[in-house]
Design a protein around this ligand. Structure first.
Ligand code: MEV
Length: 398
Protein backbone atom coordinates (compact mmCIF):
# COMPACT_ATOMS: atom_id res chain seq x y z
CA UNK A 1 0.00 0.00 0.00
CA UNK A 2 1.28 3.48 -0.75
CA UNK A 3 1.45 6.25 1.82
CA UNK A 4 -0.91 8.96 0.56
CA UNK A 5 -0.21 9.54 -3.13
CA UNK A 6 0.34 7.12 -5.96
CA UNK A 7 1.12 7.73 -9.61
CA UNK A 8 0.32 5.16 -12.27
CA UNK A 9 0.79 5.30 -16.04
CA UNK A 10 -0.25 3.15 -19.00
CA UNK A 11 0.68 3.34 -22.70
CA UNK A 12 -1.52 3.84 -25.70
CA UNK A 13 -1.39 1.38 -28.54
CA UNK A 14 -1.38 1.00 -32.24
CA UNK A 15 -2.80 -2.02 -33.96
CA UNK A 16 -0.46 -3.11 -36.73
CA UNK A 17 -3.08 -5.48 -38.19
CA UNK A 18 -6.39 -7.02 -37.20
CA UNK A 19 -8.54 -4.07 -36.02
CA UNK A 20 -12.27 -4.82 -36.36
CA UNK A 21 -11.55 -8.42 -37.43
CA UNK A 22 -10.43 -9.02 -33.83
CA UNK A 23 -13.97 -8.23 -32.60
CA UNK A 24 -15.08 -11.27 -34.64
CA UNK A 25 -12.53 -13.72 -33.27
CA UNK A 26 -9.65 -13.07 -35.68
CA UNK A 27 -6.00 -12.41 -34.78
CA UNK A 28 -4.76 -8.87 -34.09
CA UNK A 29 -1.16 -7.75 -33.65
CA UNK A 30 -0.91 -4.67 -31.44
CA UNK A 31 2.03 -2.76 -29.98
CA UNK A 32 2.44 -0.29 -27.12
CA UNK A 33 3.22 3.30 -28.03
CA UNK A 34 5.56 5.69 -26.34
CA UNK A 35 2.66 8.04 -25.56
CA UNK A 36 1.15 7.50 -22.09
CA UNK A 37 -1.69 8.38 -19.72
CA UNK A 38 -0.72 9.34 -16.14
CA UNK A 39 -2.98 9.11 -13.09
CA UNK A 40 -2.30 10.59 -9.66
CA UNK A 41 -4.42 9.37 -6.74
CA UNK A 42 -4.25 11.21 -3.40
CA UNK A 43 -6.10 9.74 -0.45
CA UNK A 44 -7.99 12.22 1.74
CA UNK A 45 -9.95 11.83 4.96
CA UNK A 46 -12.83 14.29 4.71
CA UNK A 47 -15.43 12.10 2.96
CA UNK A 48 -14.96 13.80 -0.42
CA UNK A 49 -14.13 12.23 -3.76
CA UNK A 50 -13.05 14.16 -6.83
CA UNK A 51 -12.01 13.37 -10.38
CA UNK A 52 -10.17 15.85 -12.58
CA UNK A 53 -9.68 15.07 -16.29
CA UNK A 54 -8.06 18.21 -17.77
CA UNK A 55 -7.74 16.76 -21.31
CA UNK A 56 -11.53 16.61 -21.60
CA UNK A 57 -12.25 19.58 -19.30
CA UNK A 58 -14.06 17.54 -16.70
CA UNK A 59 -13.82 18.16 -12.95
CA UNK A 60 -16.34 16.61 -10.57
CA UNK A 61 -16.55 16.31 -6.80
CA UNK A 62 -18.98 14.41 -4.57
CA UNK A 63 -19.43 13.50 -0.90
CA UNK A 64 -18.89 9.74 -0.54
CA UNK A 65 -22.22 9.70 1.33
CA UNK A 66 -23.90 10.75 -1.96
CA UNK A 67 -22.43 7.65 -3.63
CA UNK A 68 -23.44 5.23 -0.87
CA UNK A 69 -27.03 4.64 -2.14
CA UNK A 70 -25.54 3.48 -5.48
CA UNK A 71 -23.74 0.62 -3.73
CA UNK A 72 -26.90 -1.55 -3.77
CA UNK A 73 -26.22 -2.07 -7.49
CA UNK A 74 -22.58 -3.06 -6.73
CA UNK A 75 -22.59 -6.08 -4.39
CA UNK A 76 -19.24 -6.93 -2.79
CA UNK A 77 -19.33 -10.37 -4.47
CA UNK A 78 -19.54 -8.82 -7.96
CA UNK A 79 -16.65 -10.38 -9.85
CA UNK A 80 -14.45 -9.11 -12.64
CA UNK A 81 -15.79 -11.76 -15.03
CA UNK A 82 -19.23 -10.13 -14.87
CA UNK A 83 -19.81 -7.48 -17.55
CA UNK A 84 -21.36 -4.15 -16.49
CA UNK A 85 -25.16 -4.50 -16.58
CA UNK A 86 -27.24 -1.94 -18.53
CA UNK A 87 -29.02 -1.09 -15.24
CA UNK A 88 -25.72 -0.28 -13.49
CA UNK A 89 -24.57 1.91 -16.37
CA UNK A 90 -27.97 3.67 -16.61
CA UNK A 91 -27.98 4.39 -12.88
CA UNK A 92 -24.48 5.88 -13.03
CA UNK A 93 -25.32 7.98 -16.10
CA UNK A 94 -28.30 9.41 -14.28
CA UNK A 95 -26.25 10.03 -11.14
CA UNK A 96 -23.30 11.68 -12.92
CA UNK A 97 -25.69 14.15 -14.57
CA UNK A 98 -23.17 14.72 -17.41
CA UNK A 99 -25.33 15.19 -20.52
CA UNK A 100 -25.04 12.42 -23.11
CA UNK A 101 -25.06 14.61 -26.24
CA UNK A 102 -22.41 14.25 -28.96
CA UNK A 103 -19.91 16.75 -27.45
CA UNK A 104 -20.48 15.56 -23.89
CA UNK A 105 -20.33 11.83 -24.73
CA UNK A 106 -16.62 11.44 -23.93
CA UNK A 107 -17.01 13.27 -20.59
CA UNK A 108 -20.08 11.23 -19.69
CA UNK A 109 -18.39 7.92 -20.61
CA UNK A 110 -15.21 8.77 -18.70
CA UNK A 111 -17.20 9.75 -15.61
CA UNK A 112 -19.44 6.68 -15.73
CA UNK A 113 -16.43 4.37 -16.26
CA UNK A 114 -14.73 5.93 -13.23
CA UNK A 115 -17.85 5.57 -11.04
CA UNK A 116 -18.33 1.98 -12.22
CA UNK A 117 -14.75 0.95 -11.36
CA UNK A 118 -14.69 2.95 -8.11
CA UNK A 119 -17.96 1.44 -6.80
CA UNK A 120 -17.19 -2.10 -8.03
CA UNK A 121 -13.71 -2.16 -6.46
CA UNK A 122 -14.51 -0.14 -3.32
CA UNK A 123 -17.50 -2.39 -2.52
CA UNK A 124 -14.93 -5.12 -1.85
CA UNK A 125 -13.24 -3.18 0.94
CA UNK A 126 -16.49 -2.24 2.71
CA UNK A 127 -15.92 1.54 2.74
CA UNK A 128 -15.98 4.20 0.06
CA UNK A 129 -12.50 5.71 0.24
CA UNK A 130 -12.15 9.46 0.06
CA UNK A 131 -9.68 10.52 -2.65
CA UNK A 132 -8.67 12.95 -5.40
CA UNK A 133 -7.93 11.51 -8.81
CA UNK A 134 -6.24 13.46 -11.59
CA UNK A 135 -5.68 11.93 -15.02
CA UNK A 136 -3.59 13.58 -17.72
CA UNK A 137 -2.70 12.08 -21.06
CA UNK A 138 -0.24 12.52 -23.91
CA UNK A 139 -2.70 10.60 -26.07
CA UNK A 140 -5.33 12.35 -28.16
CA UNK A 141 -8.84 11.08 -27.36
CA UNK A 142 -10.99 9.40 -29.98
CA UNK A 143 -8.05 8.84 -32.35
CA UNK A 144 -7.78 5.03 -32.13
CA UNK A 145 -4.66 5.14 -29.97
CA UNK A 146 -6.23 3.37 -26.98
CA UNK A 147 -6.68 6.48 -24.83
CA UNK A 148 -9.80 5.13 -23.12
CA UNK A 149 -8.08 1.80 -22.45
CA UNK A 150 -5.01 3.54 -20.97
CA UNK A 151 -7.45 5.51 -18.75
CA UNK A 152 -9.27 2.34 -17.64
CA UNK A 153 -5.98 0.52 -17.01
CA UNK A 154 -4.67 3.41 -14.87
CA UNK A 155 -7.96 3.58 -12.92
CA UNK A 156 -8.00 -0.19 -12.33
CA UNK A 157 -4.35 -0.26 -11.17
CA UNK A 158 -4.73 2.73 -8.83
CA UNK A 159 -8.13 1.72 -7.39
CA UNK A 160 -7.18 -1.93 -6.84
CA UNK A 161 -3.98 -0.82 -5.07
CA UNK A 162 -5.68 2.05 -3.20
CA UNK A 163 -8.41 -0.29 -1.89
CA UNK A 164 -5.80 -2.87 -0.89
CA UNK A 165 -7.09 -5.58 -3.29
CA UNK A 166 -3.58 -5.85 -4.77
CA UNK A 167 -0.25 -4.58 -3.50
CA UNK A 168 1.51 -1.40 -4.59
CA UNK A 169 4.74 -2.39 -6.34
CA UNK A 170 6.90 0.71 -5.82
CA UNK A 171 9.56 0.17 -3.16
CA UNK A 172 11.68 2.74 -1.33
CA UNK A 173 14.13 4.43 -3.72
CA UNK A 174 12.56 2.97 -6.90
CA UNK A 175 11.46 5.33 -9.65
CA UNK A 176 9.35 2.85 -11.67
CA UNK A 177 7.88 -0.55 -10.74
CA UNK A 178 5.47 -3.08 -12.22
CA UNK A 179 2.88 -5.36 -10.63
CA UNK A 180 3.19 -9.18 -10.63
CA UNK A 181 1.73 -11.19 -13.53
CA UNK A 182 -1.26 -12.26 -11.39
CA UNK A 183 -1.94 -8.66 -10.33
CA UNK A 184 -1.59 -7.49 -13.95
CA UNK A 185 -4.21 -10.11 -14.90
CA UNK A 186 -6.63 -8.58 -12.37
CA UNK A 187 -5.87 -5.02 -13.51
CA UNK A 188 -6.50 -6.09 -17.11
CA UNK A 189 -9.84 -7.74 -16.29
CA UNK A 190 -11.18 -4.69 -14.44
CA UNK A 191 -9.82 -2.36 -17.14
CA UNK A 192 -11.78 -4.42 -19.66
CA UNK A 193 -14.96 -3.74 -17.64
CA UNK A 194 -14.17 0.00 -17.82
CA UNK A 195 -13.70 -0.34 -21.60
CA UNK A 196 -17.07 -2.11 -21.85
CA UNK A 197 -18.73 0.83 -20.06
CA UNK A 198 -17.13 3.18 -22.61
CA UNK A 199 -17.27 1.15 -25.84
CA UNK A 200 -20.05 -1.38 -25.39
CA UNK A 201 -18.47 -4.44 -26.99
CA UNK A 202 -14.68 -4.03 -27.26
CA UNK A 203 -12.39 -6.96 -28.02
CA UNK A 204 -10.08 -6.31 -25.05
CA UNK A 205 -6.97 -5.81 -27.17
CA UNK A 206 -6.49 -2.15 -26.18
CA UNK A 207 -6.58 -2.77 -22.41
CA UNK A 208 -4.28 -5.81 -22.85
CA UNK A 209 -1.63 -3.65 -24.55
CA UNK A 210 -2.11 -0.92 -21.90
CA UNK A 211 -1.56 -3.54 -19.20
CA UNK A 212 1.29 -5.63 -20.63
CA UNK A 213 2.92 -3.25 -23.11
CA UNK A 214 5.44 -4.52 -25.71
CA UNK A 215 3.88 -6.31 -28.68
CA UNK A 216 0.92 -8.67 -28.35
CA UNK A 217 -0.97 -11.18 -30.39
CA UNK A 218 -4.61 -11.12 -29.40
CA UNK A 219 -7.39 -13.53 -30.35
CA UNK A 220 -10.73 -14.21 -28.63
CA UNK A 221 -9.48 -12.99 -25.26
CA UNK A 222 -6.26 -15.02 -25.59
CA UNK A 223 -3.21 -12.84 -25.31
CA UNK A 224 0.38 -13.76 -25.94
CA UNK A 225 3.40 -11.49 -25.98
CA UNK A 226 5.50 -11.67 -29.10
CA UNK A 227 8.82 -12.95 -27.79
CA UNK A 228 11.10 -11.23 -30.24
CA UNK A 229 10.13 -7.99 -31.91
CA UNK A 230 12.38 -5.86 -34.10
CA UNK A 231 12.52 -2.13 -33.40
CA UNK A 232 10.20 -0.59 -35.93
CA UNK A 233 10.01 3.11 -36.60
CA UNK A 234 6.58 4.41 -37.28
CA UNK A 235 5.15 7.72 -38.34
CA UNK A 236 1.84 8.27 -36.61
CA UNK A 237 -0.63 10.67 -38.21
CA UNK A 238 -3.74 11.95 -36.46
CA UNK A 239 -6.25 13.13 -39.06
CA UNK A 240 -8.15 14.79 -36.17
CA UNK A 241 -11.39 13.56 -37.76
CA UNK A 242 -13.51 12.53 -34.76
CA UNK A 243 -15.42 9.27 -34.79
CA UNK A 244 -16.96 6.75 -32.45
CA UNK A 245 -15.39 3.29 -32.08
CA UNK A 246 -18.75 2.01 -30.85
CA UNK A 247 -20.58 3.16 -34.01
CA UNK A 248 -17.85 1.87 -36.36
CA UNK A 249 -17.73 -1.54 -34.65
CA UNK A 250 -21.54 -1.75 -34.86
CA UNK A 251 -21.38 -0.80 -38.57
CA UNK A 252 -19.01 -3.68 -39.34
CA UNK A 253 -21.28 -6.06 -37.44
CA UNK A 254 -24.30 -4.90 -39.47
CA UNK A 255 -22.41 -5.43 -42.76
CA UNK A 256 -21.32 -8.89 -41.61
CA UNK A 257 -24.92 -9.83 -40.77
CA UNK A 258 -26.20 -8.40 -44.06
CA UNK A 259 -23.52 -9.88 -46.36
CA UNK A 260 -21.92 -12.80 -44.50
CA UNK A 261 -20.60 -14.53 -47.63
CA UNK A 262 -18.89 -11.32 -48.75
CA UNK A 263 -17.62 -9.98 -45.45
CA UNK A 264 -16.45 -13.18 -43.75
CA UNK A 265 -13.70 -13.85 -46.37
CA UNK A 266 -12.44 -10.28 -45.94
CA UNK A 267 -12.14 -10.81 -42.18
CA UNK A 268 -10.43 -14.17 -42.80
CA UNK A 269 -7.96 -12.45 -45.10
CA UNK A 270 -7.24 -9.80 -42.42
CA UNK A 271 -6.62 -12.68 -40.00
CA UNK A 272 -4.09 -14.17 -42.45
CA UNK A 273 -2.39 -10.76 -42.79
CA UNK A 274 -1.96 -10.55 -38.99
CA UNK A 275 -0.44 -14.02 -38.90
CA UNK A 276 1.84 -13.31 -41.85
CA UNK A 277 2.95 -10.07 -40.15
CA UNK A 278 3.72 -11.97 -36.95
CA UNK A 279 5.94 -14.38 -38.90
CA UNK A 280 7.75 -11.53 -40.67
CA UNK A 281 8.33 -9.69 -37.36
CA UNK A 282 9.79 -12.84 -35.80
CA UNK A 283 12.07 -13.38 -38.78
CA UNK A 284 13.12 -9.71 -38.67
CA UNK A 285 14.06 -9.97 -34.99
CA UNK A 286 16.72 -12.50 -36.10
CA UNK A 287 17.94 -10.57 -39.10
CA UNK A 288 15.99 -7.89 -40.95
CA UNK A 289 16.35 -7.33 -44.68
CA UNK A 290 14.86 -5.07 -47.32
CA UNK A 291 12.73 -8.00 -48.39
CA UNK A 292 11.09 -8.14 -44.95
CA UNK A 293 10.27 -4.43 -45.11
CA UNK A 294 8.83 -4.90 -48.61
CA UNK A 295 6.55 -7.65 -47.24
CA UNK A 296 5.40 -5.48 -44.33
CA UNK A 297 4.65 -2.67 -46.79
CA UNK A 298 2.59 -4.97 -49.00
CA UNK A 299 0.62 -6.27 -46.01
CA UNK A 300 -0.09 -2.67 -44.99
CA UNK A 301 -1.42 -1.84 -48.47
CA UNK A 302 -3.63 -4.95 -48.71
CA UNK A 303 -5.09 -4.45 -45.23
CA UNK A 304 -5.87 -0.78 -45.87
CA UNK A 305 -7.99 -1.85 -48.86
CA UNK A 306 -9.75 -4.49 -46.75
CA UNK A 307 -10.53 -1.95 -44.06
CA UNK A 308 -12.03 0.29 -46.74
CA UNK A 309 -14.11 -2.65 -47.93
CA UNK A 310 -15.59 -3.28 -44.49
CA UNK A 311 -16.62 0.37 -44.29
CA UNK A 312 -14.17 1.91 -41.83
CA UNK A 313 -12.14 4.03 -44.27
CA UNK A 314 -12.39 7.81 -44.60
CA UNK A 315 -11.32 10.42 -47.16
CA UNK A 316 -8.82 11.84 -44.63
CA UNK A 317 -7.18 8.40 -44.36
CA UNK A 318 -7.10 8.12 -48.18
CA UNK A 319 -5.24 11.41 -48.19
CA UNK A 320 -2.65 10.14 -45.71
CA UNK A 321 -2.10 7.06 -47.90
CA UNK A 322 -1.78 9.12 -51.08
CA UNK A 323 0.59 11.71 -49.58
CA UNK A 324 2.88 9.14 -47.98
CA UNK A 325 2.82 7.03 -51.18
CA UNK A 326 4.05 10.08 -53.09
CA UNK A 327 7.14 9.89 -50.84
CA UNK A 328 7.51 6.13 -51.37
CA UNK A 329 5.98 5.26 -47.96
CA UNK A 330 3.14 2.88 -47.06
CA UNK A 331 0.30 3.65 -44.63
CA UNK A 332 -2.86 2.17 -43.18
CA UNK A 333 -5.42 3.28 -40.64
CA UNK A 334 -4.94 2.02 -37.11
CA UNK A 335 -7.67 1.43 -34.55
CA UNK A 336 -11.28 2.04 -35.36
CA UNK A 337 -10.82 4.04 -38.59
CA UNK A 338 -13.45 6.47 -39.92
CA UNK A 339 -10.83 9.21 -39.39
CA UNK A 340 -8.61 8.94 -36.32
CA UNK A 341 -5.03 7.81 -36.89
CA UNK A 342 -2.88 6.18 -39.53
CA UNK A 343 0.51 4.50 -39.28
CA UNK A 344 3.27 4.76 -41.84
CA UNK A 345 6.16 2.31 -41.77
CA UNK A 346 9.59 3.96 -41.86
CA UNK A 347 12.39 1.77 -43.16
CA UNK A 348 15.69 2.24 -41.28
CA UNK A 349 17.33 3.57 -44.44
CA UNK A 350 14.65 6.11 -45.32
CA UNK A 351 16.27 9.54 -45.76
CA UNK A 352 15.40 12.04 -42.99
CA UNK A 353 14.57 14.56 -45.74
CA UNK A 354 11.90 12.14 -47.08
CA UNK A 355 10.26 11.82 -43.66
CA UNK A 356 10.45 15.59 -43.13
CA UNK A 357 8.85 16.25 -46.53
CA UNK A 358 6.06 13.74 -45.84
CA UNK A 359 5.39 15.30 -42.43
CA UNK A 360 5.29 18.77 -43.98
CA UNK A 361 2.72 17.66 -46.58
CA UNK A 362 0.61 15.90 -43.93
CA UNK A 363 0.72 18.88 -41.58
CA UNK A 364 -0.30 21.15 -44.48
CA UNK A 365 -3.56 19.16 -44.52
CA UNK A 366 -4.11 19.99 -40.83
CA UNK A 367 -2.98 16.56 -39.61
CA UNK A 368 -0.70 16.06 -36.59
CA UNK A 369 2.34 13.73 -36.88
CA UNK A 370 4.63 11.98 -34.43
CA UNK A 371 7.66 9.83 -35.22
CA UNK A 372 7.82 7.04 -32.66
CA UNK A 373 9.09 3.54 -31.89
CA UNK A 374 6.92 0.63 -30.87
CA UNK A 375 7.05 -1.57 -27.74
CA UNK A 376 6.70 0.67 -24.63
CA UNK A 377 6.32 -0.64 -21.03
CA UNK A 378 2.83 -1.61 -19.85
CA UNK A 379 1.10 -0.21 -16.75
CA UNK A 380 3.55 0.87 -14.05
CA UNK A 381 3.78 2.82 -10.81
CA UNK A 382 6.05 5.86 -10.58
CA UNK A 383 7.63 7.83 -7.78
CA UNK A 384 6.36 11.41 -8.33
CA UNK A 385 9.82 13.07 -8.32
CA UNK A 386 10.93 10.82 -11.19
CA UNK A 387 8.20 12.04 -13.55
CA UNK A 388 9.18 14.10 -16.56
CA UNK A 389 8.61 17.87 -16.40
CA UNK A 390 5.60 17.80 -18.74
CA UNK A 391 3.69 15.42 -16.44
CA UNK A 392 4.61 17.36 -13.28
CA UNK A 393 3.42 20.53 -14.96
CA UNK A 394 0.08 18.89 -15.83
CA UNK A 395 -0.26 17.56 -12.27
CA UNK A 396 0.34 21.00 -10.80
CA UNK A 397 -2.41 22.42 -13.01
CA UNK A 398 -0.13 24.81 -14.94
C1 MEV B 1 -10.11 -0.15 -31.66
O1 MEV B 1 -8.86 0.37 -31.28
C2 MEV B 1 -9.93 -1.52 -32.26
C3 MEV B 1 -11.23 -2.17 -32.73
O2 MEV B 1 -10.85 -3.45 -33.27
C4 MEV B 1 -12.21 -2.36 -31.62
C5 MEV B 1 -11.74 -3.35 -30.58
O3 MEV B 1 -10.88 -4.18 -30.85
O4 MEV B 1 -12.32 -3.29 -29.47
C6 MEV B 1 -11.88 -1.37 -33.84
Amino acid sequence: MFNKTCVVSAPGKVILHGEHAVVHGKVAVAVALNLRTFLRMTLRNDGKISIDLPNIRTKLCWETSELEPLLVAFPADQIDSQPPSPEQVEKLKEFSGVADGAAAATRSQATVAFLYLYLSIASKCGVLPSMDILVWSELPTGAGLGSSAAYSVCLAGALLSGCGVIGYPLGEGQSVARWTEVELGLINRWAFRGEQVIHGNPSGVDNAVGTWGGALRYQSGKISSLKRVPTLRILLTNTKVPRSTKILVAGVKDKLLKFPAIMEPVLTSIDAISQECEGVLEAMAEHSSGEHYAMLEELIDINQHHLDAIGVGHSSLDRVCLITASHGLHSKLTGAGGGGCAITLLRPDVAPSTVEAAIRDLEDCGFACWETDIGALGVCAHSPPSLKAEVLKAFSGI
